[in-house]
Design a protein around this ligand. Sequence first.
Ligand SMILES: Cc1cc2nc3c(=O)[nH]c(=O)nc-3n(C[C@H](O)[C@H](O)[C@H](O)COP(=O)(O)OP(=O)(O)OC[C@H]3O[C@@H](n4cnc5c(N)ncnc54)[C@H](O)[C@@H]3O)c2cc1C
Length: 379
Amino acid sequence: MEQHQLQKRVVVCGGGVIGVCTAYFLAKKGAAVTLVEKSSVACAASGKAGGFLALDWCDGGPIASLARTSFNLHRSLSEEFDGPRSYGYRPLTTLSLTLNESEVTPSGSKSSSLPSWVDGPARVPRTMGSRETTAQVHPQLFTCTLIAKAIENYGVEVVIGKLDRLEVEGGRVRSVVLEGGRVIESDAVVLSLGPWSSKLELLSSMFRVYSLKAHSIVLEPKEPDAITPHALFLTYHPSHGGPPMDPEVYPRPTGEVYLCGMSAVAEVPDDPEQITGNPESIRMLKKVAKTVSSHLAEGEAQVKAEQACFLPCTDDDVPIIGEIPGVKDCYVATGHSCWGILNGPATGAAMAELVIDGHSSIVDLKRFSPARFVGGGKG
Ligand SMILES: Cc1cc2nc3c(=O)[nH]c(=O)nc-3n(C[C@H](O)[C@H](O)[C@H](O)COP(=O)(O)OP(=O)(O)OC[C@H]3O[C@@H](n4cnc5c(N)ncnc54)[C@H](O)[C@@H]3O)c2cc1C
């Protein structure tokens, strides 16, 4: 028999970090993979996220082993694909800081444990992560590098088209049908649609994936070399009062500084390209930037991007990864909330094992099964 006749044909729908990692690991394990993406690879949250990675921040919770496995997989992928140069992988020190917008820093009162570029009214920092336990990637470059490797090394095919529906026969998935009528036959299908999971009836009839809209800006400071590799998690008291906010600041090795925050539950629009930020939220992030550092104030830094994207969230805060009850060979991987970039590699590797071998050994997927939402919640 020809090699391609022996290969399992798998269609992965959704070209975010979860779909791309799944396509990569499936193809590496020998499957013939087609990735269907309606817009462009990494066009949504997977291209606009912070890209922060932490080894042990999920310890004690249901995703601890997924996160630890994935942090280590990120490190090995980076070694394999020259991550520092290809997609800005680097270890980081991570600090937690409190800033009061209306405070002025009298000269000479700055804490010596703050990085020199953090010259705003920040209180003595607490170290949350070291270079051994925290790291970062540029999420869009990471996702695009991985799909390029999947195409180049393992022949993954990328189809730009919108999944319209699945054809199911005798309780088993047979093909995916794209908008416009194109049919792609398959032995297995993986649905990794992020917040758009809620738009597919097969999934929305079983569980809820709701979306949280979050904002971000990307700045290019005039003096990038002044900015050291320190990620900052802020407790920020705005001058207008109200509850403190919790924006995050990620300097990148590309010379950019990324800031994000300002999130709220919102409905995801059909077209990922139509997602825009709310001007008030963007204005607030710029204010945060200049309060943190004079290097990030208007005039000292150019604004490269003002954007928003949607986190895919589940009702129990646990991702949904597994075979869909009642539809053989049809799998789902979504609901990664604020840790999708971290958990993409382990999700993809575990999903590849599940689809090809029938079970995953790299991560125990029982806790993630969609079966927990069906028939009284047994997983
Ligand atoms: C502001 C912000 C900062 C973040 N920072 C971090 C961070 O520092 N670290 C971290 O680990 N995580 C972070 N995250 C979370 C992370 O970005 C997400 O968990 C992750 O990107 C989700 O990936 P995904 O592949 O599930 O979804 P998405 O990236 O949303 O991808 C889904 C894809 O499916 C496609 N699609 C949808 N419907 C169809 C269809 N019918 N047919 C074909 N294709 C379709 C879409 O076009 C899209 O490309 C952040 C998120 C936000 C919003």
